[in-house]
Design a protein. Structure first.
Lengths: 155, 147
């Protein structure tokens, strides 16, 4: 019985070829993914939407001469428990359903103030989305609903 | 049996990554905001990443179903999962109460432990799949019957 040993060099070259093929496939996937991404970027713009840090304190909000449209960006259950009187509940989940209510009450010149819980970030996102729709004077309430509640206790 | 396990892992990873990518592609703006909340990338980079990542996820997911791109897809998925886990850990350690942005829109804050366990399970699956696609080492000796 002969015992043949596969040559190490030939195995090495085969492995290198296989790995090179895989590297090619890796690059292929990376490039393939970038094509639609670039197309999408060219549609939505190559730079991010301008961030307008429009935070507003509760004192400023309540003393501002313009009337306010309050938007509660928290989830429906939390909104049901308590909210600023007259606030609209617009969040990421019900965005499409409730956005018309904003159009119904908004008139140019009004302030739109979005709030959520003190440690949340939904208000910033909802405010950014509303600004993207072309609304002006859109603010995020600093301290969220807790700040409003505190102001009510103080007054 | 091993083949069936590999097929199941492949199908699961394909479904998860294709779905995750598709959902994000439909609302890039939200995904961009989700990425920004991690405070790991500058806005410009977050904007590009928000556009690129969903397509990369879909390409990697689809690549799992094609033999010649399978290993590369596994590698991409493993690297992405490492990035996701790193981001989740960093947000957790910094005490952020944010959404993970993994599968589109959710209002509830992230359960970091669950995210990490889920990503870790997928990572293990992807590595197992990757290992099965790599070239095998030669046998030490092959016995050939003599004539």
């Amino acid at each position: 019985m002969n015992v043949s040993r596969p040559r190490r060099s030939s195995h090495l070259s085969t492995t290198v070829i296989k790995l090179a093929r895989k590297a090619k496939a890796f690059l292929f996937l990376v490039v393939v993914a970038s094509v639609p991404a670039i197309a999408q970027l060219s549609h939505s713009g190559f730079s991010p939407p301008a961030e307008i840090p429009f935070g507003i304190s509760i004192e400023e909000a309540l003393t501002h001469p313009k009337t306010i449209v309050w938007i509660d960006a928290r989830d429906e259950n939390t909104f049901e428990i308590a909210h600023v009187p007259g606030a609209l509940n617009i969040n990421r989940i019900n965005w499409n359903l409730t956005l018309p209510s904003l159009f119904a009450v908004y008139v140019p010149g009004k302030n739109v103030i979005v709030y959520c819980s003190p440690d949340c970030s939904e208000s910033e996102e909802i405010a950014a989305r509303i600004r993207e729709l072309g609304f002006e004077h859109v603010f995020v309430l600093e301290g969220g609903y807790a700040a409003w509640k505190q102001a009510q206790r103080g007054s | 049996m091993k083949g069936i396990i590999l097929l199941i892992i492949r199908c699961l990873l394909f479904a998860i990554f294709a779905y995750a990518g598709m959902v994000k592609t439909m609302d890039v703006s939200s995904f961009y905001h989700d990425i920004r909340l991690y405070h790991l990338l500058p806005d410009e980079a977050a904007w590009y990443w928000a556009h690129y990542l969903p397509w990369l996820e879909m390409a990697a997911g689809a690549g799992l179903m094609i033999k010649c791109t399978r290993a590369s897809s596994c590698l991409i998925i493993s690297l992405l999962l490492l990035v996701f886990m790193g981001a989740a850990v960093s947000a957790w350690l910094r005490g952020f109460n944010i959404e993970c942005g993994c599968f589109g829109q959710h209002l509830s804050p992230s359960n970091y432990l669950w995210i990490l366990l889920r990503d870790l399970a997928m990572f293990v699956g992807a590595i197992y799949l990757l290992k099965s696609t790599l070239p095998k080492a030669p046998r030490r000796a092959t016995a050939i019957p003599s004539n």
